[in-house]
Write a protein that binds this ligand. Structure first.
Ligand SMILES: C[S@@+](CC[C@H](N)C(=O)[O-])C[C@H]1O[C@@H](n2cnc3c(N)ncnc32)[C@H](O)[C@@H]1O
Length: 212
């Protein structure tokens, strides 16, 4: 399971400065009904959102959290309890959206994903991908395949009637120009919100919204 790290705090620090009594970043807070924390890991983002709900009477969104790894779901559930919240997060174990119930289609106003975003390690001998993929960091051969799969699938789970937002993290260890090009081809407008440097890479918090 992934312990909260610089990438997790990139999201939390941004939210601390961009949620007010009336607005969730650029969205009216009363229009935000359902939020998903994809790849929740320890549950840090979902639990932070519960804390915001507790402090803000205008914010009443349902919080969902999912992960491919059942151990991550179990520890996020335990962390929810440790923070004195009782079954307020709806957890879903799923590879991206594959096992999501159909009634969650076009339900989410906001989706977060701090994904695995580093390029796979390939064996020197035969350049084949290591079979034992580590879901916490392995983002695919180029490092951004999981992000692109996620964005392709996310479109079907975003609400249609209101403005919606996707927030995700990526790294300078991938070809960012190519990633942003592909995201634009998928019909999303991408905005870099925040950047942080850690010892071998830059991490970026991005916001994507559907334009076509
Ligand atoms: C970098 S960790 C982030 C964990 C947590 N959200 C945080 O910010 O600390 C990536 C998380 O995504 C999950 N994950 C990786 N691939 C996934 C997939 N295909 N579907 C759902 N979750 C996935 C991993 O199990 C891991 O918990």
């Amino acid at each position: 399971m992934y312990s909260p790290s610089d990438d997790s705090y990139l999201i939390i620090d941004y939210l601390k400065n961009h949620i007010t009594l009336t607005h969730f970043d650029s969205l009216k807070i009363e229009n935000v009904n359902n939020i998903l924390d994809m790849g929740t890991g320890s549950g840090i983002v979902a639990i932070f959102l519960l804390l915001v709900k507790k402090a803000n009477p205008n914010f009443s969104a349902n919080i969902y959290a999912s992960d491919i790894d059942q151990n991550a779901i179990d520890s996020a559930k335990a962390n929810e309890k440790c923070n004195r919240f009782n079954n307020q997060i709806t957890f879903i174990q799923s590879d991206l959206f594959k096992s999501f119930p159909a009634d969650l289609k076009h339900r989410f106003d906001i989706i977060f994903f701090n994904p695995p975003y580093l390029p796979s390690i390939v064996s020197d001998r035969n350049l084949e991908r290591n079979n034992s993929q580590d879901y916490t960091w392995d983002g695919g051969e180029k490092g951004f395949e999981v992000i692109l799969d996620f964005l392709k699938q996310a479109r079907n789970f975003l609400r249609k009637e209101h403005k919606t937002r996707i927030y995700y993290v990526c790294s300078s260890k991938t070809n960012l120009q190519k990633l942003y090009e592909r995201i634009s081809q998928l019909g999303f407008k991408n905005t870099i919100l925040k950047k942080t440097h850690i010892f071998f890479e830059d991490l970026f918090l991005n916001r994507s919204e559907i334009v076509s």
